[in-house]
Ligand binder design. Sequence first.
Ligand SMILES: [Zn+2]
Ligand SMILES: [Zn+2]
Length: 186
Amino acid sequence: MNADALVHEINVGQALVRGACPICGVLKEFQSTLAEKIHVRDDLRLCNFHTWLLARAAPAKGAAAVYLKLLEGSPAGKVGALDCDFCQRVLEQEKLQLRELVKRMRRTMFVQWMKSQGSLCLSHSRKLRDYAPLKMRRLIDEIIERTRAELKQELEDFLEHTKQGDHTGGGILGHAAEFLVSQRGL
Ligand SMILES: [Zn+2]
Ligand SMILES: [Zn+2]
């Protein structure tokens, strides 16, 4: 099974986690799947982030084979997102998932959940606005403002605790970073 077939089984409906962007969630998983299914190709090009992703997420055999191939080619200069195979696949997948999310946001139950507990990162909220009908944009703004307020509160609480030497609850830092800039590699 190729990576795309696998990932079509993962969708924004299953990536619903309180306080996290569902598009980021799906794409993070998609990138891992791309790495897991990596195979050597002559024309494979990868950006900085996705080259490192192989070291972390690909089977060692696959990563070693790809690195060997890249070493032989000794590509000159940095590979940007536009030339990176993974970045391009992620972009395609992002469009699919944004459309899927708009579809789901027509269902009352889903809307209720997103309204009360769902989150979106800033970047995906902007992109989602381009796909969403006009009347859905208010809901997107509401989700963003609630998420922003919740994060602010949680960060302030976290800061307060660290002053007393309590560093638990550091997961909030990841949530804040995702909200500001999306998941890594996106
Ligand atoms: Zn996101
Ligand atoms: Zn890339």
